[in-house]
Write a protein that binds this ligand. Structure first.
Ligand code: PEP
Ligand code: MN
Length: 362
């Protein structure tokens, strides 16, 4: 596992608790009025980090590809007028240099760019010597190492204020969302780097505002730090991603509807209760290990017996019957077929490995 030298968001100076910290703003900066009016609507209820795409990576050429550098002046005006921090997407050295020139506070790397090591290196080199916070969206394809590699390149260039934005993965599977949430990968990354600031982007995950609430709630239930949500003064008129944006007012309603459970609690009674429950789990796990060891010993004996009688190790009929029985019994106990199949397959694989070793014995 690679080591990342990261300064947590709580030390960036503008990161807020309690969760969720919310970064909001339109998919794209379109006009000065649209940017200023949207920022005002958001600042009015306490959003203090404003997002807007200035250069837009679009699937088809000829779609609106962003207003370019002139939009950075509008972002500067948002900073000056409302005291918000501003952030935008960068995908090249030129974008980075322009952002530095106009005092952009935070940059993010989009999903199409984090998937490309050449571009990531170009961006990292351009950012070297600054301490701008960089948020890296997951690559479009579910490749955790590629995502981590992008963070490593930034880290090697001396950038330590690193965070991630989970926006889901491209998929051809028929799902209601624009992207497959793939929460498993987010949890994996979260577990490896618990100190890294972690946002979810329910807007690009959903592709449609009707799913924003459930995805935002899910992100909070998983203990993620914040949300990046697209908000536009008039979503229906948006020049990009019209279906997934919310008015500032609707965003306020959404944020107020979220149920936030604490990641942990300092409450003494809670600590006592959780410690007792964890002690029970530890004991059960210890017993599980002992049982597994007993099972492996019997496996070994079976292996030797089969060898003596010149019988093949893998008896598929017996394995299928055993698994079928276990799935049935598990159902009676309320344990899912998927779970028991995964557990029994792992145990059986180990059993076969142990028995195969017997064959190597002289
Ligand atoms: C965006 O944030 O507007 C954007 C283009 O997102 P993504 O890179 O996640 O597609
Ligand atoms: Mn967008």
């Amino acid at each position: 596992m690679s080591y990342l030298d990261i300064i947590p968001g709580t030390e960036w100076g503008f990161f807020t608790l309690p969760r969720p910290m919310c970064i909001a703003g339109p998919c794209s900066a379109e006009t000065e009025e649209q940017v200023m009016e949207t920022a005002k609507g958001l600042a009015d209820f306490g959003i203090h980090v404003f997002r807007a795409g200035i250069w837009k990576p679009r699937t088809h050429p000829g779609s609106f590809e962003g207003v370019g550098s002139k939009g950075l002046k509008w972002l500067r005006k948002v900073k000056e007028t409302y005291g918000m921090k501003v952030c935008t997407e960068v995908a090249s050295e030129k974008h980075v240099l322009e952002c530095i020139k106009y005092g952009v506070d935070i940059v993010w790397v989009g999903a199409r760019t984090s998937a490309n090591p050449f571009l990531m290196q170009e961006i990292a080199d351009a950012l070297e010597g600054t301490d701008i916070p960089v948020l890296v969206k997951n690559p479009v394809n579910p490749d955790l190492d590629l995502w981590i590699g992008a963070l490593e390149r930034l880290n090697r260039a001396g950038l330590k204020k690193l965070g991630v934005i989970h926006r889901g993965f491209s998929t051809s599977a028929p799902i209601p969302y624009r992207n497959d949430p793939g929460w498993k990968m987010a949890i994996e990354l979260r577990t490896r780097y618990p100190e890294m600031t972690f946002f979810a982007d329910p807007s690009h995950m959903a592709g449609n505002r009707k799913y924003l609430q459930e995805l935002s709630q899910r992100a909070m239930d998983l203990g993620l730090d914040g949300l990046m949500v697209e908000s536009h003064r008039c979503p229906a008129d948006a020049w990009s991603d019209a279906q997934q944006q919310l008015t500032p007012q609707d965003l306020k309603t959404l944020l107020e509807s979220l149920e936030i459970r604490e990641n942990t609690s300092d409450n003494a009674a809670y600590r006592e209760g959780i410690d007792a429950l964890r002690a029970r789990i530890d004991l059960i796990d210890e017993n599980l290990l002992k049982l597994l060891k007993d099972r492996m010993d019997v496996s070994l004996a079976i292996g030797r017996y089969k060898k003596e009688h010149n019988v093949a190790i893998l008896q598929t009929g017996r394995w299928e019957q055993l698994l079928g029985d276990m799935v049935k019994r598990a159902a009676e106990l309320g344990i899912s077929a998927d779970a028991v199949t995964a557990i029994m397959t792992a145990i059986h694989d180990e059993s076969v490995r142990v028995q195969n070793k017997v064959l190597e014995e002289k």
